[in-house]
Design a protein around this ligand. Structure first.
Ligand code: CO
Length: 213
């Protein structure tokens, strides 16, 4: 049974905790128009989180990740990658998504099915997938947010080798208000060379000149 368009993701076929967290982030990034329903949904999801905590304590192996060191990619990671592939090549194949996210093709098809159920894309087995306008819009916003957070960490003088990994680590866990505040700070600092330079000089002094800038 296909869920209604704006309904919260269903628990039963949710494959992992990272994915569910990202689902909540997807709801957040989309959900500005109907605050009361979002509040209600958050309440429901918190209840589920609590249940999950109990489940996790009972069986930690059930939540092991697919790769050795990488966390399981979230639904937002998939949408972001699909969006990028479509932008670059005009299409996104299961094999390309699988190799770029370092997961099994079976994981990709499972996630694609979920994205299809939630009407972010239309998937036909032998014809590939097409992003819906809703999926395209969310993909674009996820990617914009990713770029904003990269800009933010670079402005802070974070070492380049940490930037990508840390953005991947935080991008699906910030509320829209926080992302907006970071956006304002980034634009402010980008327009104010004096502030930016004063900050980086201060930081260099704190770290004994090791901060990049
Ligand atoms: Co990203």
């Amino acid at each position: 049974m296909a869920p209604p368009v704006r309904q919260a993701p269903q628990v039963a076929r949710d494959p992992g905790c990272g994915a569910r967290q990202a689902n909540r982030a997807a709801v957040r990034i989309m959900g500005v128009s109907d605050r009361s329903r979002i509040g209600q949904r958050r309440g429901e999801m918190e209840k589920r989180e609590n249940k999950r905590g109990a489940h996790r304590a009972a069986d930690p192996a059930a939540h092991s990740t697919e790769g050795k060191s990488m966390p399981t990619p979230s639904i937002e990671d998939y949408l972001e990658r699909i969006y990028e592939l479509v932008e670059e090549k005009g299409y996104a194949r299961v094999s390309d998504i699988a190799s770029s996210l370092d997961v099994q093709p079976s994981s990709v098809t499972r996630m694609i099915q979920r994205l299809d159920d939630q009407e972010f894309l239309i998937y036909e087995k032998y014809r590939g997938l097409v992003l819906t306008p809703k999926g395209h819009e969310l993909g674009r916003r996820i990617k914009e947010r990713h770029q904003l957070l990269e800009d933010f960490l670079r402005l802070l003088g974070v070492a380049e080798e940490d930037v990508q990994r840390d953005v991947e680590g935080i991008e699906h866990h910030l509320s829209p208000g926080t992302v907006q505040a970071i956006g304002h700070l980034v634009r402010f600092l980008q327009s104010r060379d004096d502030w930016r330079e004063a900050f980086l000089a201060y930081r260099a002094a704190q770290t004994g000149g090791q901060a990049e800038g």
